[in-house]
Design a protein around this ligand. Structure first.
Ligand code: AMP
Ligand code: GLY
Length: 411
């Protein structure tokens, strides 16, 4: 029996723990720091995702056989390298491999060098040079901060005035800047599980990143997902293959989940960004559809034997709708009781994110509060079911998008 430590506190981590719980050889599941949902599946451990020493000590003292990392910041801090140094098994890329996410400039330059399709771009380290470039540019264009910026580092600018304001905000991040071509097309999420030798593609999922209906308003971590959607499988396979090969040429082995955000332009799919981890809320829908034993998959990654496994997916559709605290992704209030969680249809699984238990009640404790997932024989069935059940769940300030999966469901 294997004891597992899942690092993070979102619905992604709840979904991973939920699926692991169904594994044949699962022992104890610990989640650090977890939430009110993960507490029902295993034991929450009060250690933050970026407290690497604390997590190593915990893993050593509690016979943890493998650790799964959810959030990007822990990877960027080098959690995998540190666990490896003390010979603790951990799923995720090294700091160097995760650079494909934590430095957009690194990712863009890699794509340019190895001809992986992406938006044309220029990089700048000096504000004045960027401004001079903007003054002779055509709009719209996109300005991006180099490092991790919690989704707040990307600005789509329609004119010089907007671009100047964006440049100022990027400067406040104290980071280098990318100015790139504005692309149009359907966006979707591709995920590939990689063991350093081979990889397996997941089905494609459609995220809904903006806070407002009709894809308006601020960018968020993600407000809902549907899966599967159609997409150019062969071309995405080629993009992943080329990227892993490109990293190898740079002496970087990627083991973990490689997750490019793709935009399907009139000249084919292009990479908007790379993530070096599982998506949130994408993981919530994947875990509902995956038919394999998740622990066996992680074991295969450690053994570099992913090629011996075939991933099996239920022949269903899944919808995930995120319930958030009104005000997210800006300021919001927490501490409100959540009701109705125990009165839901059989095909519904609710994954917790910003929740905690307080005096025997589950209360809100973050921006994204819950991920309501529903399976269905058709996409429409899963959508209808998700929304019907959302009506039964309530908390003060509950906000969700009512148009998840309703527009542009084909990639
Ligand atoms: P990123 O974090 O780089 O994926 O950017 C966040 C969002 O900004 C993406 O999901 C897109 O909607 C948008 N975006 C980023 N880059 C571009 C681009 N070059 N053209 C159009 N939209 C973009
Ligand atoms: N859902 C997008 C992300 O995890 O970055």
């Amino acid at each position: 029996m294997k004891n597992v430590l899942v690092i993070g506190s979102g619905a992604r981590e709840h979904a991973l723990a939920w699926k692991l719980k169904q594994s044949k050889n699962i022992g104890e599941i610990f989640i650090a720091p977890g939430n009110a949902g993960t507490e029902l599946l295993g034991k929450n451990v009060n250690i933050n995702a970026d407290d690497i020493n604390g997590l190593i000590n915990f893993a050593k003292n509690n016979n943890i056989d493998l650790t799964i990392v959810g959030p990007d910041n822990a990877l960027a801090l080098g959690i995998v390298d540190e666990f490896n140094k003390v010979e603790l098994k951990i799923f995720g890329p090294t700091k160097q491999a995760a650079k494909i996410e934590w430095s957009k400039i690194f990712a863009k330059k890699l794509m340019q060098k190895y001809e992986i399709p992406t938006a044309k771009f220029e990089t700048f380290t000096r504000y004045d040079d960027a401004l001079t470039f903007l003054k002779k540019s055509a709009f719209p264009l996109v300005i991006k901060a180099d490092g991790l910026a919690l989704g707040k580092g990307v600005f789509i600018c329609n004119n010089l005035k907007e671009a100047t304001i964006a440049l100022e905000s990027v400067r406040t991040f104290g980071k280098k800047v990318i100015i790139e071509e504005f692309l149009t097309g359907q966006e979707f999420s591709a995920h590939a599980l990689c063991d350093g030798k081979s990889f397996k593609l997941f089905p494609f999922a459609k995220d809904h990143k903006r806070i407002g209906e009709g894809d308006t308003g601020a960018n968020t971590g993600g407000m809902g997902t549907i899966c599967p959607i159609d997409g150019p499988t062969d071309q995405i396979h080629e993009i992943i293959e080329k990227t892993l090969w490109a990293l190898k040429q740079e002496r970087i082995e990627f083991s973990g989940c490689l997750f490019p955000g793709i935009i399907l332009t009139s000249s084919g799919p292009k990479v908007l960004e790379f993530n070096a981890r599982f998506g949130d809320p994408e993981t919530q829908v994947f875990m509902r559809l995956l038919d394999n034993d998740l622990l066996e998959i992680f074991e295969a990654v450690f053994a570099k034997k992913l090629h011996e496994i075939s991933l099996r997916w239920k022949k269903e559709f899944t919808t995930c709708v995120v319930l958030a605290s009104r005000g997210y992704p800006n300021s919001y209030k927490t501490g409100y009781e959540i009701t109705g969680l125990n009165d839901l249809d059989e095909n519904i699984v609710v994954f917790h994110a910003g929740t905690k238990e307080q005096a025997d009640k589950v209360v809100t404790n973050g921006g994204r509060v819950l991920s309501v997932t529903a399976t269905g024989v058709t996409l429409k069935d899963s959508l209808t079911s998700a929304y019907n059940n959302i009506n039964k769940i309530d908390f003060m300030g509950r906000y969700y998008r009512q148009d998840i999966g309703l527009t542009r469901v084909k990639a």
